[in-house]
Design a protein around this ligand. Structure first.
Ligand code: SOE
Length: 384
């Protein structure tokens, strides 16, 4: 069986989630190619070495350009903050490497468009890791919608709420700085919602909304020890927050549906509350990632005396990906979606089929993100 050598850039939260996926995919799924965890790349050698040893990466690099140039690397996995996505992805494409890229695809639409054009020109496969599509309950929602089970869709009501930076003492990590993040929850979390809306409902053609910044200054972080959801303050020196803290957006779809995409990381009690409701003329679907194995479904085709939201536990062999995991009811978790992404990415490379979502999808997502921020700044609706 052919092997494909992976080189990963990034070794914190996403580096961990991706490493788990590359390691578990061949154990639970029958793959046409064998992923080899060849080299991990990061700026700080000591924690990088610890990461590589723990997860079984054969080698380390402290310069991503050297990793991309290596002849023994076939796939570049970008698990670093979005300000690095464009340059690494373009260099990888030009070196003939396939690209597995974290979301959001880029800092802005221009970068995302350039990435799409470069991978298209190079003829390499590119995937942007909007992992929530590959939650079996979300795949069930897609199946029900595509079968017409809820009929013509009128509403997509999406809200992605977290609470990890509501504490003013949470430091100014890269997520909160303009030069490393470009946007706050509207891009970080809203990109997931926009991708799910495009996946389940259709293209977004207009957006309007509001953003707010609640805390304008935060203590500077210990860059090595801090990370996503992880606070490590370096000193009492304060830094300026460069992104929004909350975004409430109204969107219109090409198929006349209308909806909202609301995001914040200031919602105490909401840990990773990726929640959407879709209403059609024959029924409704409700998903809440904090109960990720369940999907709520209402059908007007049920007899009137028996109509009501039913909770479907999407852990049967008939549900996407489940057959490769556990028996019914043994549920799966957040990390399994990343494994599913790796499985389908490797199958797309081997079969020369399209990855999904790909860099076209990531570019369309960035267009909506950017239009939302413009709409909020100008106080008017932006048509895409
Ligand atoms: C932080 O908000 C974060 O890690 C996002 O960046 C991820 O995409 C999301 O899945 C979990 O929360």
């Amino acid at each position: 069986m052919e092997s494909l050598n992976i080189g990963i850039v990034g070794y914190k939260f996403m580096g961990k989630a991706h490493s788990n996926a590359w390691m578990k995919a061949p154990l639970f799924f029958d793959l046409p190619v064998k992923p080899v965890m060849k080299a991990a790349c990061g700026r700080h050698e000591e924690p990088l070495r610890d990461f590589a040893d723990r997860w079984g990466w054969e080698d380390i690099e402290t310069d991503w350009k050297k990793l991309v140039a290596r002849k023994d690397i076939d796939i570049i996995d970008i698990a670093a903050p979005q300000n690095m996505h464009h340059d690494i992805a373009v260099a990888a494409a030009r070196a003939g490497k396939h690209v597995f890229c974290e979301k959001p695809q880029a800092m802005n639409y221009a970068e995302a468009k350039d990435m799409y054009e470069e991978v298209s020109k190079a003829g390499v496969k590119a995937y942007v890791n909007h992992n929530y599509r590959r939650c079996p309950a979300v795949m069930l929602a897609k199946k029900l919608i595509d079968e017409g089970s809820i009929g013509k869709i009128y509403h997509f009501l999406g809200e992605y709420l977290q609470s990890w930076i509501v504490d003013p003492n949470f430091p100014l990590t890269w997520h909160l700085r303009k030069e490393t993040a470009a946007y706050g929850p509207h891009g970080d979390l809203g990109s997931h919602m926009i991708d799910l809306a495009r996946f389940l409902v259709g293209e977004i053609t207009s957006i309007c909304g509001m953003t707010r910044q609640f805390i304008s200054e935060r203590p500077m972080p210990d860059e090595v020890a801090s990370g996503t959801f992880k606070a490590a303050v370096k000193s009492n020196e304060m830094g300026k927050v460069g992104v929004e803290d909350a975004a409430l957006m109204t969107v219109g779809f090409e198929n006349d549906a209308v909806g909202c995409i609301n995001t914040t990381r200031f919602a105490p009690g909401r840990k990773n509350y990726n929640h959407f409701e879709i209403y059609g003329d024959r029924g409704a679907i409700v998903f809440n990632f904090e109960r990720m194995n369940e999907l709520q479904y209402f059908s007007m085709d049920d007899p009137e005396y028996a109509q009501g939201f039913r909770t479907i536990l999407a852990t049967e062999p008939v549900h996407a990906y489940i057959e490769s995991w556990w028996p019914p009811g043994h549920i799966i978790g957040y990390e399994h979606e990343f494994v599913h992404g790796v499985v389908d990415f490797l199958k797309a490379i081997d079969g020369n089929t399209e990855t999904w979502p790909n860099f076209y999808d990531g570019m369309k997502c960035m267009k909506v993100i950017e239009a939302g921020l413009e709409a909020a700044e100008k106080g008017k609706r932006i048509d895409l």
